[in-house]
Design a protein around this ligand. Structure first.
Ligand code: GN1
Ligand code: MG
Length: 358
């Protein structure tokens, strides 16, 4: 099947080797090595119900970057001989091919704060370059993806339908979700008063979605399926969620979940350096909150999936989604312990830079 797909791109399958690649929980990815190297990806159509919308978004962004920032490295999908981007197979699978960016490096764990700075700068740059892009043209590839109210409602519904054994072992985690409900209230207030500008947002800012060069400078961002209109909180929050702790969401030894505060400062500086004056005062004010928002939402999503018998996130052992949810709740508690210092830093940093500017 994969060989036939390569042929559609005019590639001789015999010349290429296809091996599994990456660690995403949603799509299936392979590296295709041969005379030229590629990344082949199967879109998870259970999650992305409208794969054509993904392809259309990519094409729009590609055109926009070509016109407005031709030097920006935008990793657009490769066209088939037919001119189409998307391959639809007889078993309803959807695939696309990307060029593999030679000499680029991806990392799965942050080793030093400079990497966090570079990554934050890349995500900020992406959104900033697209600040005049007409949002009306962009499909919502996952409608209400980061709508915390919806995620909370889905969680409540899962509590209503969950099997009793799952409800019992998830009891403490469920209580913790209610304990932190203020995170939801702040979100609702922000949405009700429309305090944040809608922007082109990546929505999946984990470190493996940044390409680095050999010298560990950021090159660009990848994995663009969730690029759609949204709020800065999604990108900043997911960086805070996934970069600050040396132990990630799969860690089962929760004592290893800690907050590297230097890394927070690096993310702030990197994002602000790229967004510059485009970032509003309210966005700066809610920068720290965005971490709580995304960590809390991920805890809710993992727990909801556990209560729903693991229908969404791929699991490899029993109760994995519960452990992931508990892990994220631990991260939330640790994050909250640092919150005051984070806010102080932002106030000080903004003051220093305004004074210098004046
Ligand atoms: C999913 O598959 P991956 O790792 O790119 C999820 C993200 C979650 C993440 C948690 C479309 O992303 O929202 O944060 O798992 N993507 C989707 O690991 O649900
Ligand atoms: Mg992704």
């Amino acid at each position: 099947m994969l060989n036939q797909i390569l042929e559609l791109y005019g590639l001789q399958a015999n010349d290429y080797k296809i091996i599994e690649f990456g660690s995403g929980l949603i799509n299936h990815t392979w590296k295709v090595s041969g005379p030229k190297n590629y990344i082949l990806q199967q879109i998870n159509a259970d999650v992305f119900k409208d794969p054509e919308a993904l392809a259309e978004n990519m094409a729009l962004l590609e055109t926009y970057f070509k016109q407005t920032a031709p030097d920006y490295l935008f990793v657009a999908p490769v066209k088939q001989v037919s001119g189409k981007y998307l391959v639809k197979t007889s078993d309803e699978g959807y695939y696309r091919l990307f060029p593999f960016i030679e000499n680029s490096v991806t990392i799965t764990e942050i080793k030093d704060q400079q990497e966090a700075f570079e990554a934050a700068q890349q995500f900020g740059k992406f959104t900033c370059l697209l600040r005049d892009f007409d949002l009306a043209n962009l499909h919502y590839t996952l409608p209400q993806f980061h709508d915390l109210k919806l995620r909370f409602d889905q969680f409540k519904e899962a509590c209503n339908v969950a099997k009793s054994d799952r409800l019992t072992i998830a009891g403490d985690a469920i209580k913790d979700i209610y304990k932190h409900q203020s995170v939801l209230f702040v979100y609702q207030q922000l949405m009700d008063h429309q305090q944040l500008p809608l922007r082109v947002i990546h929505h999946d800012t984990k470190i493996s979605n940044v390409l680095f060069d050999q010298d560990h400078h950021g090159l660009c961002v990848i994995d663009l399926d969730t690029v759609m209109p949204g709020y800065f909180m999604s990108d900043v929050g997911d960086m805070l969620r996934t970069y600050l702790s040396p132990a990630n969401e799969e860690e089962r030894d929760f004592s290893k979940i800690q907050i590297n505060e230097e890394c927070f400062y690096a993310i702030y500086k990197g994002y602000v350096s790229a967004m510059g004056a485009a970032l509003t005062a309210t966005e700066k004010e809610y920068f720290t909150y965005s971490g709580k928002y995304m960590i809390y939402m991920q805890a809710i999503r993992f727990l909801t999936d556990f209560l729903n018998d693991d229908v969404y996130y791929h699991t490899t052992y029993a109760h994995q989604n519960l452990i992931r949810a508990q892990n994220q709740l631990m991260l939330l508690n640790q994050f909250i312990k640092s919150e005051k210092r984070f806010k102080k830093f932002i106030a000080y940093f903004s003051f220093k830079h305004t004074s210098v500017a004046n």
